[in-house]
Ligand binder design. Structure first.
Ligand code: F3S
Length: 408
C-alpha cells in the first residue's frame, strides 16, 4: 500500500504510540481490501458507545487507547450510548450500568471525541459536503451521508472509525471510489407512498431484495415537493440498512448523484425489480397482540421538526403507557426552548436524549412489549431486546400510547 512520507512517519511511531496503533489498523484494513493508498477524511462518527453492546471488553479497549495518549485529529463525534446522561433513572436503568456507560463516554471524551451521542449528527450541524470523504459508522447515518448528502464513507466498524479519527485518514476502497458507487439494482416503484411508515416499509422490502447491493430507485420523485422529504429519506435508508446492508442508494431526480448522472449510475449487469405494492412488507413487519409497555419513536433520532409534530399532536392528551421520543441532547434543548418537551411531558411522555430503544438496556428495565414507528427498530428490537415489537405509523403509535394497548 502506498503511504505518504507523513503516513509512513506515523506508522514508525513519530506521532506517538496511539497514532501508530491507529495507522497499523488502517494499513492492515487497506491490505485486506487491496486499497492503493489512504484518503484524508474530514470527520468520523464513532459507533460502539453503548455499554450494552460493547461490555467490559469494550471499556478496556477504550481505556487502552487513552493510556496510549491517542487523540483525534479531525472532528469526531459519538453514536448513541445506552443511557440518557440526565434521565437514566427515569428510564429504569440501574446505577452499575450507568456508571460503566459514563466511563465509556469519559474515555472517548479524553480522546477529544464530541459526546453528540446521536445517529443523526447531520441534524446538529455535522453535515458533510458533497464528495467529501468521511469515516462514519452507524448504518443509518452512513446511508444518509452517502446517499442524501453525496459524501463518501464505508460502513465503518467502531474501531476502524476511531483509528480513522486519530490519524485523519482511511484506506481508499469501497464507497470512496467512483466505480463502487454504481447501482447493482434498478428498482421501479409503481405504488404511491405517503408517510414515513410507507417509506420504511419500502426500505425494509428493498433491503431484503438487494442485501449489500446499491439500489437505484425510480418512481419517488414526488417526494421532492414534500415538507417531509428528510423524514422519508431517513426512514427509507435506515430500513434498507437494517433489513439488508445498504450503505448507499440513489433516487432518480432526488439524491445528488442521481440528479447529476441519472441512469449512468446503473451498472451494465444491473438487476431490474418492480414494486407494485407494499402489502408484503407491511405483513412481515406487523405483529399482532395488544399488551404494551412502551411506545418509542425516534429511530433514527428525531429532528426538531419531528418532535414539534408529535408535541402538537399529543397536546392535552394523556398516555396510559411509557412514551418516549429519542433524539440528541442539542435537539432536546431546542425542543425544550420551544415548549415542545413540556407538551410531551404533560401528556406523560419523555424526550430521551443520548440513547435509543435499540441500544439502551430496555429488557433489563422490564420493557417487553414495544411499539415503534421505525422499520429499522422493528427489525432490530426482537433480536436486540427480545421484545414483542409492534410497528405502525406515528399516529398509530401515539393512539396506542393513549389507549394503553396495541390494536392495529
Ligand atoms: Fe439510531 Fe438507535 Fe435507530 S442508533 S438508527 S435510533 S437503532
Amino acid at each position: 500500500m502506498k503511504l505518504t512520507d507523513e503516513e509512513q512517519a506515523i506508522l514508525l511511531g513519530e506521532g506517538g504510540r496511539g497514532a501508530q496503533k491507529a495507522m497499523e489498523i488502517l494499513v492492515a484494513l487497506g491490505k485486506i481490501y487491496r486499497a492503493f493508498d489512504m484518503v484524508p477524511v474530514q470527520s468520523a462518527q464513532i459507533a460502539g458507545v453503548s455499554y450494552r453492546n460493547i461490555g467490559d471488553p469494550g471499556v478496556e479497549f477504550l481505556a487502552d487507547w487513552v493510556q496510549l495518549g491517542a487523540k483525534v485529529a479531525i472532528p469526531a463525534f459519538m453514536n448513541p450510548a445506552g443511557i440518557d446522561r440526565k434521565l437514566w433513572k427515569q428510564m429504569g436503568v440501574d446505577a452499575p450500568f450507568a456508571k460503566k456507560q459514563m466511563k465509556i463516554i469519559s474515555h472517548l471524551e479524553k480522546m477529544n471525541i464530541e459526546p453528540t451521542l446521536t445517529c443523526t449528527p447531520y441534524h446538529i450541524g455535522h453535515v458533510p459536503q458533497f464528495g467529501e470523504h468521511i469515516a462514519w459508522s452507524e448504518s443509518s447515518a452512513v446511508s444518509f451521508a452517502n446517499s442524501v448528502l453525496g459524501a463518501r464513507t464505508n460502513r465503518e466498524g467502531g474501531p476502524s472509525a476511531l483509528a480513522a479519527a486519530i490519524v485523519g485518514r482511511t484506506p481508499r476502497f469501497g464507497l470512496h471510489l467512483d466505480e463502487n458507487r454504481l447501482a447493482s439494482h434498478h428498482i421501479t416503484v409503481k405504488t404511491r407512498l405517503s408517510s414515513p411508515a410507507d417509506y420504511g416499509a419500502l426500505g425494509y422490502w428493498i433491503g431484503k431484495q438487494v442485501g449489500g447491493g446499491i439500489p437505484y430507485i425510480e418512481g419517488l420523485a414526488e417526494m421532492n415537493g414534500s415538507l417531509e422529504v428528510t423524514e422519508y429519506l431517513k426512514a427509507l435508508g435506515a430500513a434498507m440498512a437494517a433489513s439488508g446492508a445498504v450503505a448507499l442508494y440513489h433516487i432518480q431526480d432526488v439524491t445528488p448523484e442521481a440528479v447529476n448522472s441519472g441512469h449512468q449510475l446503473l451498472k451494465k449487469d444491473h438487476i431490474k425489480i418492480r414494486v407494485e405494492q407494499l402489502n408484503d412488507a407491511y405483513q412481515e413487519l406487523k405483529k399482532s397482540g395488544d399488551k404494551l409497555d412502551l411506545v418509542a419513536l425516534g429511530c433514527p433520532h428525531h429532528s426538531l421538526e419531528e418532535i414539534r409534530a408529535v408535541a402538537q399532536t399529543v397536546a392535552g392528551r394523556k398516555f396510559k403507557v411509557e412514551f418516549w421520543i429519542t433524539t440528541s441532547y442539542q435537539i432536546r434543548q431546542s425542543a425544550a426552548a420551544e415548549g415542545w418537551v413540556q407538551l410531551i411531558e404533560s401528556a406523560g411522555g419523555k424526550v430521551i436524549s443520548d440513547t435509543c430503544m435499540v441500544v439502551a438496556p430496555l429488557k433489563e428495565a422490564g420493557f417487553n412489549h414495544i411499539a415503534v414507528n421505525s422499520a429499522k427498530a422493528a427489525c432490530y428490537l426482537p433480536s436486540h431486546q427480545g421484545a414483542v415489537t409492534y410497528w405502525g405509523t406515528t399516529e398509530q403509535c401515539i393512539q396506542a400510547a393513549i389507549e394503553g394497548k396495541w390494536k392495529f
